[in-house]
Design a protein around this ligand. Structure first.
Ligand code: SAH
Ligand code: SF4
Length: 358
């Protein structure tokens, strides 16, 4: 009888428990699983060739299952298509090619010696926000957890090599809607926060969502430890739907109720993201509406001046309008900060990320 060869699988898609089970069922010991796991998450390209410390059965397993022509496994080491550095030297945007030829963008940002990576979770995005370059390109596919993790391993290697620094924060604010790809995202984050892996503190990981109500409730029910940012951009259904088509699916009252539920259940603050667009959502009247909408909630408001994209004619609010917007919200008792603009000259700012033809 012939067995059909199964599709090769990424070793970076495994959780530790899955890897251990696999190796043990192949006759290896749990110790081998620990050795392989450490190498998988140490250097991004550490397993491109056989590590010298792999001996005996693990060496033979690797030769058969990873390095042979019939290998069932592969590694998620994205190929760097381009690296673009911003003029301030603090932002690097990577266009990375995945195994199937699709490309994604990952942005490394340095703030006073602390580094944050902005990670993509999908190729494109299905949510279609009018002001966002990723939304303008449409949806191609979800990323696997190994492809999400691969971006973090990539920037960790860059930081080690070029800056002698380690990564501090991760924001899921690159291409795609993280909660539309819930399982792969959560699996990748578990590995990223694993002390035996990249070991990033879960307190320094932020998931940004356009507002998928059932997924916000699921995060609350599952006790999800990461920070949550909600891209709101409008204070009424009408304002929001003009910018965010998916707002039609979950009305504002359901969205706010889900956020209140998250606040209550987890006792955690939500970061409200507000892209300021001149003449669209930056008036004093809207600031007052927003203050009313969020009444009693545990939130921190981040104001982001609109970054230009080819498919949207709107422009960033005037500085004075932004300051007045901030003043009104502060007077109502909310913490409000302006997001530092980074990498605009290399189109690596919020909402400017899109894949290029491969
Ligand atoms: N899909 C998720 C995460 C990726 S977008 C989300 O929408 O939250 C990351 C942030 O960039 C979001 O807050 C989004 O609203 C914002 N953004 C999108 N396009 C932008 C633009 N052109 N200028 C400024 N911010 C933008
Ligand atoms: Fe998707 Fe976020 Fe862009 Fe909206 S803002 S299209 S949800 S990536």
């Amino acid at each position: 009888m012939f067995s059909t060869p199964s599709k090769p699988r990424s070793l970076h898609d495994f959780s530790f428990a899955e890897l251990e089970t696999q190796l043990v069922s192949d006759g290896l010991s749990a110790t081998h699983a620990h050795t392989l796991w450490r190498s998988l998450h140490g250097h991004a390209d550490a397993l491109q060739t056989m590590p010298a410390n792999f001996l005996g059965p693990l060496r033979r397993w690797m030769e058969k299952h990873l390095y042979s022509a019939q290998a069932e496994y592969f590694l998620d080491v994205p190929e760097i298509v381009t690296e673009t550095r911003s003029s301030d030297g603090m932002t690097r945007k990577y266009l990375l090619r995945l195994r199937d030829g699709n490309t994604i963008e990952t942005v490394l940002m340095g703030y006073e010696g602390r580094f944050t990576v902005c990670v993509s979770t999908q190729v494109g995005c299905a949510m279609g926000c009018v002001f966002c370059a990723t939304g303008q390109m449409g949806f191609t596919r979800h990323l696997r957890s190994g492809e999400i993790l691969g971006q973090v391993l990539h920037v960790q290697r860059v930081l080690r090599q070029d800056f002698d620094k380690s990564l501090r924060n991760i924001v899921l604010m690159g291409m795609g809607e993280p909660l539309h790809n819930y399982d792969a995202v959560m699996k990748a984050l578990t590995v990223i926060a694993d002390v035996r892996g990249p070991s990033l503190s879960w307190q320094r990981i932020t998931i940004s969502t356009v507002g998928l109500v059932p997924a916000i409730r699921r995060m609350a029910d599952e006790g999800c430890p990461y920070s949550l940012a909600l891209s709101l951009h409008g204070a009424t259904d009408e304002q929001r739907r003009a910018l965010i088509p998916v707002g039609r699916k979950w009305p504002m009252d359901e969205l706010i109720e889900a956020c209140r539920y998250y606040n209550r259940k987890l006792g955690k603050c939500i970061f409200i993201e507000w892209t300021l667009i001149a003449g669209t959502n930056d008036s004093p009247e809207i600031a007052h509406q927003l203050a009313k909408l969020l009444e009693g909630m545990d939130v921190h408001i981040n104001l982001i001046p609109l970054n230009p994209t080819a498919g949207y004619a709107g422009s960033a609010s005037a500085h004075t309008a932004g300051l007045e917007f901030q003043r009104i919200l502060r007077a109502a008792g909310y913490p409000v900060t302006f997001r530092q603009r980074r990498g605009i000259d290399v189109a690596a700012g919020c909402g400017q990320l899109k894949a290029q033809a491969s």
